[in-house]
Design a protein around this ligand. Sequence first.
Ligand code: NAP
Length: 312
Amino acid sequence: MAARLLNGQAIADQIRAEVRPAIDAFTARAGRPPGLGIVLVGDDPASAIYVRLKLKSAGENGLRADLERLPASASLAELVSVVDRLNRSDAHDGILVQSPLPDAMGPDAERRVFDAIAAEKDVDGFHPTSVGRLVQNRPTIAAGTPSGVIELLERSGIGIASQRAVVIGRSDIVGKPMALLLLHRNATVTICHSRTTDLAVVARQADILVSAIGRPGFVTADFVKPGATVIDVGTTHVTDRATVERLYIAGSVRRETFNRRGSLVVGDVHPEVVDVAGALTPVPGGVGPLTVVMLLKNTLRAAELRLENRGR
Ligand code: NAP
């Protein structure tokens, strides 16, 4: 039997409908909307799309959202000075610096920029203070994508406690926080990465398998225990025909879309997994919409905490 497809868009819409009245209530109470400053450096097309989506979603849902653009040639010091300005701004409760940053900024640029964001405005959950609080399972703002996965699981009625969870990928922004969020909900968690041996064997033990690596179709049917829940976080913009032909049969909707557009957004999970998994997130339309809506939630939370702290 084919896996149940978990509709991330519908769940994101549900969360948005819940958050909107709280945003309006904040605006009435504070005399201003929750404010988000987004910083985009350079011209990476995928980043530009993500930023546009985030700005649109923020604007449509009652947030103030401002975009700060810097050229790809900007220095790290220039970027940090924009962040500093947003740190001092009364109108901004949240700051998001879109990654990846241009390579020319240096290998540790992202870390240094995330460190520079005021912890109270860290709506991405990347600041060491937020990460430390997450590790200790204290209240905090956690990274949007893994938090969105938890919402998706819980609202789809998929139990986490006592389940075996395997997370493929150990990045600071997806894999590690994902593993911690599952652990804090009492899953038994294994993290895999590029040096894991017998990855398929480890993955096949999972009741909940999360893949966040960015390799199109990497997770094949032999990685999946029959009936498992498979969460595909990977999103790769594929432009080469060979990859598309390896993954999708001639005449399929995905192949036709590629023929029309010349590119396709592809997840880590091979299409054949639909015949083995019990539940599966599609790409697109699975985890992506949750990431966008969690930013609204996190910005509102940061705004409320700032308002409360000011009242003390
Ligand atoms: P990243 O920083 O590049 O990390 C990738 C991780 O995958 C690393 O831990 C790496 O292992 C592991 N990996 C790479 N190749 C592997 C292989 N062959 N076998 C096992 N592990 C392998 O990426 P990221 O920022 O976490 O993002 C991961 C994916 O999620 C990307 O496709 C990204 O576009 C997507 N994403 C989607 C959303 C969304 O909203 N849907 C949000 C964020 C990210 P090592 O540590 O050993 O190198």
